[in-house]
Design a protein around this ligand. Structure first.
Ligand code: FAD
Ligand code: FES
Length: 275
């Protein structure tokens, strides 16, 4: 029987510097698995390891490409992520997964969708945005709200320009601290909420970002009439196994790694999580 904790080898195919502290890595399985495609859904995550530096969870930041390549965006924060940032194309890392739940893909069909991301919170939402845009006719209106600290901290700039040009999709951007190159909105994501044109009673909302952003965004979205059961947030907790065994991410009767990391606000209230 194969040990589910044994990582598979993956090769770094490409590296993009997204912002001063974040790189996007395109990976694909290597060795015996070179031709296989990692089957995952938007919102799920993998455990990535580097010998000598440890292992940590990272969300899939893209849909798989036709050759089986997939992306993760990694913020440089501690030992593992600093080591990862020094790697070059063709380096080998360990991956296991996919783990966690996906977003409510069946329920959101034919509905209006609102995505609200703060900082690197755009990474988990990007695979869901790509998923929705790929089958654009299956959804109503789509609006994307993205806020970050400065214009330099913005991720996926080229792709976001395409979203902005797309007449089917409304994309609103804001930064906390503008520089002379920035001519857009200023302030936290909630300053963009008056621009939302979706019907709050029937729309689905997907949020990801710092805990404080999620808290205030949910408060304002509820005031606008969005429904608790249709607001979803991706949560981050310390994780070790990723499979509901070690108990590191346990809250009440749920494991964030197995039952989440994506929860509706109704579920978050039951778990007594504000964000
Ligand atoms: C489901 C999930 C998905 C994630 N997806 C991404 C992603 O797509 N991109 C990304 O850059 N990061 C992501 N993270 C966070 C990432 O796993 C951590 O940043 C990673 O552990 C850093 O490892 P490190 O060895 O570099 O730093 P560490 O030395 O492990 O951590 C550095 C500091 O960050 C804190 N920290 C680490 N992990 C967490 C956590 N989960 N919650 C709160 N504080 C933490 C530590 O307490 C410490 O203070 C995700 C986390 C979870 C739970
Ligand atoms: S990380 Fe081990 S139970 Fe969730």
């Amino acid at each position: 029987m194969q040990n589910s904790y044994l990582p598979q080898k993956a090769v770094i195919e490409d590296i993009i510097q997204e912002s001063p502290d974040t790189k996007t890595f395109t990976l694909s399985l290597s060795g015996d698995k070179a031709d296989s495609i990692l089957k995952y859904k938007p919102g799920q995550f993998l455990m990535l390891s580097l010998p000598g530096y440890g292992e940590a969870p990272f969300t899939f930041a893209s849909l798989p490409d036709p050759n089986g390549g997939f992306q993760i965006s990694v913020r440089r924060i501690g030992a593992l992520t600093k080591a990862l940032h020094t790697l070059k194309i063709k380096a080998i890392v360990g991956v296991r997964g996919p783990y966690g739940n996906t977003f409510p893909l069946a329920k959101m069909k034919h509905k209006d969708l609102l995505f609200v991301a703060g900082g690197c919170g755009i990474a988990p939402l990007r695979s869901l945005i790509q998923y929705a845009l790929k089958q654009r006719k299956a959804y109503g209106k789509i609006e994307i709200i993205y806020g970050c600290r400065t214009p330099k901290d913005r991720f996926y700039k080229e792709e976001m320009e395409l979203w902005e040009k797309n007449k089917d999709t409304q994309t609103h951007l804001t930064v906390d601290e503008p520089d002379p190159t920035w001519h857009g909105e200023r302030g936290v994501v909630c300053v963009l909420f008056p621009k939302i044109k979706l019907n709050p009673k029937t729309s689905f909302v997907f949020l990801c970002g710092p805990a404080i952003m999620i808290k205030f965004a949910i408060r304002d979205l509820l005031k606008l009439g969005f429904r608790e059961e249709n607001i979803y947030a991706s949560l981050e907790r310390h994780m070790q196994c990723g499979t509901g065994k070690c108990g590191h991410c346990y809250i009440k009767d749920k494991y964030v790694c197995r039952d989440g990391p994506n929860f509706s606000y109704s579920e978050m209230k039951q778990l007594e999580i504000e964000s």
